[in-house]
Design a protein around this ligand. Structure first.
Ligand code: IPM
Ligand code: MN
Length: 355
């Protein structure tokens, strides 16, 4: 096993740098105890750089990112920049150009964390959403006709390729198998209205399911999934869905697992460089206050190490997170944790070394 990793660090905007700093602290702590090496390369991509230079993601930087073992991202989004520029120019561009076709988002309620769902606990809230990450409505197909006139037309088309859909569903089946929990994969779609896109999804799903007789399959419309995620989250093991539905239901998932303070995700290409991030965004109003919760970024670091094959280090981090959640934090919300951002990072790093 290769035990030395070159990692691109993109702290990004808002509270991104604060949470990434704690993640890096934890990364150093576990690399020390587990005996692997990291070489971190910082990139100042984000709103500030864009405002200064007009650059979002220069081609040269993109080429460097391709050569990394992993990318660790804080947050992209700046109140001084028109929505869409940084998101499309940096985050989505990395996802597309590096072909990070899976967005893997665990929804796991840890003991000691409050969920807004009455009567449900860690035993009921533990599933994973596999979101397609390079196609669908995010592909950017569409445009304007007669823009700015009373006859204006805007279209936005969902692109679903057989290859793209199939590789995503295959990943979900494989993931479900190796997760080895309920071994149930649910396709989330909208076959009653989106009769082209989700017809393709449904057929690919059914055909691939033949190769996975050990996995129980299920289907639900996206609106019903929203309902069941709240009413009966224990029904889910792994959910696979398209880009936009995945975007929406993973925010719902983040809330039921305790909030954005703990929600992490991986943008994955199983064969190449992948990128890991807290899913919460740049939270401009908390920037620089040392109050934001770094646990989501720390959990993203844990996912990154697990992906790189450093399973023991990843386990250390997860155990440390569980310890801190059980006995320490008053809340996961910014400013209400009972600790500062840096103190939470210190607590986790200490547990990682002790355990
Ligand atoms: C996410 C975010 C992004 C998305 C935005 C920032 C473009 O909401 O990672 O879920 O929609 O994918
Ligand atoms: Mn989102």
């Amino acid at each position: 096993m290769k035990r030395s990793y070159k990692i691109a660090v993109i702290p990004g905007d808002g509270t991104g740098p604060e949470v990434i700093k704690e993640g890096v602290k934890v990364l150093h702590a576990v690399s020390e105890v587990e005996g692997f090496k990291t070489e971190l390369v910082d990139y100042d991509l984000g709103g500030e750089r864009y405002l200064k230079t007009g650059e979002t993601l220069p081609d040269g930087v993109l080429e460097e990112l391709r050569q990394m073992d992993a990318i660790y991202l804080g947050a992209i989004g700046h109140p001084g920049v028109k929505p869409g520029i940084l998101e499309k120019g940096i985050l989505l561009r990395i996802r597309f150009e590096l072909d990070l076709y899976i967005n893997l988002r665990p929804v796991k309620l840890y003991p000691g964390v409050e969920t807004p769902i009455k009567g449900k606990g860690p035993a009921e809230i533990d599933f994973v959403i596999v979101r397609e990450n390079t196609e669908g409505l995010y592909a950017g197909a569409g445009g304007f006709l007669k823009k700015g006139t009373p006859d204006e037309v805007a279209t936005q088309e969902s692109i679903n390729t057989r290859k793209g859909v199939e590789r995503c569903i295959r990943y979900a089946f494989e993931f479900c198998r190796q997760r080895a929990k309920a071994k149930k994969l649910t396709l989330c779609g909208k076959t009653n209205v989106l009769t082209y896109a989700f017809d393709l999804w449904e057929r690919a799903f059914r055909e691939l399911s033949e190769e996975y007789p050990d996995i129980t399959t299920d289907y639900a419309h996206v609106d019903a999934i929203c309902m069941w995620m709240v009413k009966n989250p224990e029904w889910f093991d792994v959910i696979v869905t398209d880009n936009l539905f995945g975007d929406i239901i993973t925010d719902l998932g983040a809330m039921i697992q305790g909030g954005m303070g703990i929600a992490a995700g991986g943008n994955i290409n199983p064969q190449r460089t992948s990128m890991f991030e807290p899913i919460g965004g740049s939270a401009p109003k908390y920037t620089g206050k040392n109050v934001i919760n770094p646990l989501a970024a720390i959990c993203a670091c844990q996912m990154m190490l697990s992906h790189l094959g450093e399973k023991k280090a990843a386990q250390r981090i997860e155990e440390a997170v569980m310890q801190v959640l059980k006995g320490r934090l008053k809340s996961l919300s910014a400013g209400e944790m009972g600790y500062t951002t840096t103190e939470v990072g210190d607590l986790i790093a200490d547990y990682c070394v002790k355990a």
